[in-house]
Design a protein around this ligand. Sequence first.
Ligand code: PLP
Length: 410
Amino acid sequence: MTINTKVEEAGFTPASRISTIGVSQILKIGARAQAMKRNGKPVIILGAGEPDFDTPDHVKQAAWDAIQNGQTKYTALDGTPELKKAIQGKFARENDVSYELDEITVATGAKQILFNAMMATLNPGDEVIIPTPYWTSYSDIVEIAEGKPVLIACDAAAGFRLKAEQLETAITPKTRWVMLNSPSNPSGAAYSAEDYRPLLDVLLKHPHVWLLVDDMYEHIVYDGFKFVTPAALEPALKNRTLTVNGVSKAYAMTGWRIGYAGGPRDLIKAMAVVQSQATSCPSSVSQAASVAALNGPQDFLTERTASFQRRRDLVVTALNAIDGLDCRTPEGAFYTFSGCAGILGKTTPAGKRIETDADFCAYLLDDVHVAVVPGSAFGLSPFFRISYATSEAELREALERIAKACAALR
Ligand SMILES: Cc1ncc(COP(=O)(O)O)c(C=O)c1O
């Protein structure tokens, strides 16, 4: 560590708490792909973590009405009573979990919910169990909060799901949280009630371990998959479970920045302390819009999910037809996480040997102008993630290019 002397004053030394956190690979690849596009290259970007649909009109109207009605001031610290009531109704109606209003918190995106939770609970060195592949923000947020991410590999053969034995082995006296995400970004894998049961049984034996579940993609599930959340499945764990959700993915509202959670009152209060000195409250207009999203018509969700399912099927079928790739059919979200072990060791037409999934993704971007994200960005290799939240025409073109690129390897 460098000591800040007068000589160094003109320079910049970041805090040690962010020293291990680099700019995400996803952002780096995205920036490179955008730069290539600006230079006239026909790049197809399959990296977006957001639906390609628009925010529904009735939600936009509610925001406009809120502006006209003067709902343009600071709101209650962790959510307006109207939005908390809408969230309470949503949890009861869709998840069969009941939360009092003071057991609910609203933040600037689910990302801030996670941030508030970790900042409010972790002491230096506290451990957080995170199954891989994971959404990259999990481990980075834990590290910013000076906790220690404990990463556990969950491979394709296990459906990218954590097994009870793995959880049992990973728990130590320093374990504070386990983070589960169903359906998952990046794998699309989801936990059914049967998948959750053995994990919840392990947690029942370890009362010092809390459970954070990220249900962000709950509405995007396929083939009749029945979404469930642990606080409903195991009421005995509800007093140490934080159920995280948001409007970003279901309602195509990523830019509105509203996430929420239900959990034990004392935790919710501690999270509000963090938020009070970070943002004061979430945006008043976005909160009004989110009330309309949660209380309004839900029928368009089925239609949008059907459209995602068609695209999932198209992508999985095309990937599995390519020699060297192996793609598990995901239960939800809008990502495929395909194995590329069969590609490693091959040589590109330019004579470069592909050693890793990152090499493979770089080859796809450079040679056929398709931007996808390597598994290494999500803590599990050799895989790559495709986001299929883009048009079927663009997906078909991208998959043809990937097939061509793979066929050209020797
Ligand atoms: C698994 C998961 N959780 C949470 C989020 C954060 O959502 P937001 O901050 O937009 O509410 C994302 C966004 O990509 C995600 O993929």
